[in-house]
Design a protein around this ligand. Structure first.
Ligand code: SAM
Length: 302
């Protein structure tokens, strides 16, 4: 259950006793849903800088107005990032303090920001990250997975063949894997993940974090597609998928594919999938989708 947002704040100015902000770029993390999830330091910086570069000024206005911040804002998004970077370097060189915010969470994490940060650093000017919310850290903190290696993948390619290739390459990656995914692709993605990574690995579906319909549900990867399909509401909103580490007992994609190829020589896809599910513990639906790809006569490259 997420906490309710704080009430709207009165107009805010930089705190009187805070040390003055030096000219530079302040990379400020903002909430990923709940407007209360912003640090005191972030609010002081947003109120104290000369201008705020926003991925979308209208979107950020909701947050800034909510917290009573009236600092002027301009647009810095993926379509104008190079020009925005030039402008920001010039403004900082002239002595301005500029904050950079994205629509949600931490700029530069599956969001624009890297071009601007690199340009400011290359110009020898200060870059000051102001930490805060990120869907990555939020989902990981609620996963209960053992500490250790974590690979943040972000968004997989949208096209099926490229996505499967990327997932195959991640099969040997040690530790946990964290993905961002859009609601309209989440089912096909978890089907491909189960095939490539192994259906017994754990999958945390972290949906609508910090928002009203926040859901954290952990289950074997091979069962995740069926679970998502069990209720249309489970497929709505924003998703982080956290895949737990592989373990030695976990049938890999290669094992499952090898078995399915043999079964498909004699059986139709649904029967091959049923038997392979029994043998490997992977989800039947996942294996059926894979059987359709592997059956003799299926298009090449699947
Ligand atoms: N910069 C952001 C961060 O620090 O997490 C990520 C921005 S990226 C464009 C947006 C993606 O992050 C969404 O498609 C979703 O995968 C994930 N995301 C953002 N907010 C989320 C939330 N409240 N719950 C679950 N996932 C979220």
């Amino acid at each position: 259950m997420c906490t309710p947002p704080v009430p709207k704040a009165p107009p805010m100015s930089a705190p009187q006793n805070a040390p003055p902000l030096v000219p530079g770029l302040y990379v400020v993390a903002t909430p990923i849903g709940n407007l209360a999830d912003i640090t005191l330091r972030a609010l002081a910086v947003l109120a104290g800088v000369d201008q705020i570069a926003c991925e979308d000024t209208r979107h950020s206005k909701t947050l800034l107005t909510h917290h009573g911040i009236r600092t002027p804002a301009f647009a810095a998004h993926m379509h104008n990032e190079a020009a925005a970077a030039e402008r920001i370097v010039r403004l900082i060189s002239e002595g301005q303090r500029i904050a950079l915010v994205s629509d949600a969470g931490t700029p530069g994490i599956s969001d624009p920001g890297a071009v601007i940060v690199a340009a400011v650093r290359d110009a020898g000017l200060p870059v000051v990250p102001i930490p805060g919310a990120s869907a990555l850290a939020c989902a990981l903190s609620g996963s209960g997975l053992p500490p250790g290696a974590v690979t943040f993948v972000g968004f997989l390619p949208a096209k099926a063949a490229a996505r499967r290739k990327a997932l195959d390459a991640l099969g040997s990656c040690p530790g946990s894997l964290v993905f961002y995914e859009a609601p309209h692709r989440v089912i096909e993605t978890v089907v491909d993940m189960a095939t490539a990574l192994g259906g017994l690995r754990s999958c945390l579906v972290a949906r609508e974090l910090t928002k009203r319909f926040e859901t954290l549900h952990q289950l074997p990867l091979g069962e995740t597609a069926d679970w998502l399909q069990g209720d249309p509401d489970r497929q709505r909103g924003e998703f982080v998928l956290v895949i737990g580490p592989a373990d030695d007992a976990n049938p890999t994609a290669t094992d499952a594919d090898r078995l399915m190829r043999v079964l498909l020589e004699e059986l139709p896809p649904n029967q091959a999938a049923r038997l392979a599910a029994k043998a490997t513990g992977l989800g039947r639906q996942t294996l059926y989708q894979r059987a359709l790809q592997l059956k003799p006569g299926a298009p090449e490259g699947e």
